[in-house]
Design a binder for this molecule. Structure first.
Ligand code: P6P
Length: 332
């Protein structure tokens, strides 16, 4: 395959895309550089003092991993100087990250999870950086939180960097989903998976079965439906890595469904664990661009109007056949 870089692909294959302007290209270029720096640290984690926890607890109530903190700093450092953002929001930061006065601002709003799946870092499991890009609607220097809390359907682009056996970028600007693999010998992400489409039906379901006792009856019915091997029913395999980017990437390429239902255990988390802005929305944007579906059990993820930055949401995402099956059970 001819070596096509991300920016070349953006400009060549999506030239009619209003995003292929200098500003979006600049944003993507800085994001790619940040990912290369993070990838280098992740790949050398065992050799540098970046494994383990910092001893701090983040806004999610989770142990902050040293690599989490490093990835967060790298992205904020690079992107706040890009001159194309009006603000940022990180899964690691409680509030909106404003662009310091000394840097010029732009019209894009970047939402990101700097290193999702980081609790798996010490076990050398694939982890990733997830991002969403929105446009600022109003022409104000300092956007309000209300302006930034847009429905996922308003995303102008979304994607993830996967730090695994190879480092990949999978993203969409609304013109299909495209995968690029980092070639360390040239230091570029090169097109490796053009026009990714998720299989209409899969043979894998992905959920943390350990939480079965905490699910309501409907949810138990949903999960049981993927284990029903009575006559004529499809048999499914269970695969669960516990790192959303890795579980989603497998679902996108192989088909099937990833589920993180709400659980009745923690009244403080009635909607489950995954975050709407930082995890569900970007993955929902991608899966719909690839011909799949993403719901919370009742409605389309991309139709949910966020009420707060760190809002959580149940997530059922993957091939249309399996997601429709979930919706039918919840509605029955
Ligand atoms: P559990 C990682 O912490 C994460 O946010 C996602 O990457 C992953 O899908 C999920 O949590 C795993 O959660 O409760 O199964 O360990």
């Amino acid at each position: 395959m001819r070596q096509i870089t991300v920016i070349e692909h953006l400009l060549l294959h999506q030239k009619e895309n209003p995003l292929a302007t200098g500003n979006f290209t600049r944003l993507l270029t800085e994001l790619i550089l940040a990912a290369k720096i993070i990838s280098r640290a992740v790949n050398k984690a065992g050799l540098m003092d970046v494994l383990g926890e910092t001893g701090e607890i983040n806004v999610q109530g989770e142990q902050v991993q040293k690599l989490d903190e490093f990835a967060n700093r790298v992205i904020i450092h690079r992107l706040q100087r890009s001159g194309v953002l009006c603000a940022m929001a990180s899964e690691e930061n409680a509030d909106i990250i404003e662009i310091p006065e000394k840097y010029s601002k732009g019209k894009y709003f970047l939402v990101f999870d700097p290193l999702d799946g980081s609790s798996n870092i010490d076990a050398n499991v694939s982890i990733g950086t997830i991002f969403s890009i929105y446009k600022q609607e109003k022409d104000t220097d300092y956007p309000t939180l209300g302006e930034l809390l847009q429905k996922g359907s308003q995303q102008v682009a979304a994607g993830y960097f996967l730090y695994g056996s190879s480092t990949m970028l999978v993203y969409s600007t609304g013109q299909g989903v495209h995968g690029f693999t980092l070639d360390p010998s040239v230091g570029e992400f090169l097109l490796s998976h053009p026009n990714i489409m998720i299989p209409k039906k899969g043979k894998i379901y992905s959920v943390n079965e350990g939480y079965f006792p905490f699910w309501d009856d409907k949810t138990k019915q949903v999960i049981a439906s993927f284990k029903d091997v009575s006559a004529g029913k499809s048999t499914y395999s269970l695969r669960y890595i516990g790192s959303l980017v890795a579980d989603f990437h497998r679902t996108l390429l192989y088909g099937g469904i990833f589920m993180y239902p709400k659980d009745c255990r923690d009244p403080k988390k009635p909607r489950g664990k995954l975050r709407l802005l930082y995890e569900a929305n970007p993955m929902a944007f991608l899966v719909e661009q690839a011909g799949g579906m993403a719901v919370d059990g009742e409605q389309r993820i991309l139709d949910i109007l966020p009420e707060e930055l760190h809002q959580r949401v149940p997530l059922f995402i993957g091939s249309a056949t399996e997601v429709k099956k979930v919706l039918d059970i919840y509605k029955s």
